[in-house]
Design a protein. Sequence first.
Length: 220
Amino acid sequence: MIAALSDSLTQIAQLGMLPFGGGGIFLSIPLTASLIQPEIWDACLALPNDQGDQIVNECLNAYSSVRPTFDHGLQQMDIKGDGSGYFESGRRMLTVHHWRTWYVVDVTLASNVSKVFDDDFVLSIGFSVVEYTNGIEEGKVDLEKVEKTWEGEIWNFAHHMGPLREPLAKEEKRTARLVEASALEGVGVRQVYIERMKSGENGESVGGDVDRVVELLWLF
């Protein structure tokens, strides 16, 4: 069995080292065959639990010696708030969970194309274009570390997402997010990224604010 482990120690403390279904659970054919034997299948379905991944975990513990192998490319994403730091990290993401509930990212747009760029801009293809206004070198931005833009303490996520760094101040980073992506037959892929200017004291748009648009055309 290959599975995702939660990136949140709080979730692990509450639920245990179980295979988390949102990030993905993959069973081999022999293991599946052993678990769907009628007497085992019926016993597992009778377990007093209504969560699929917890049922799988309890069934595995009771009726098999197999235990999950956790793949860090499978992303449970038990984070809330702004998930941009992890999406901009360049980490391998074979799966992504909670992207319309615990945080908001349009993964269907992001699925078009991966990661490039240099100098003081970082392009996370399919997610954002980021400008580090103080410079990456001068601003001491360590791109080997994930910027923890979401809610919670660093220690709670370091076991899976680390090494982590504190989020940058608003004036240190400008972000244009992907808002449109389309495949152009015989040409390539067109992507549009927009930075919504919000210069108000409470993060709202005010008169005179002008959005910044980045349009990329990938020719194949």
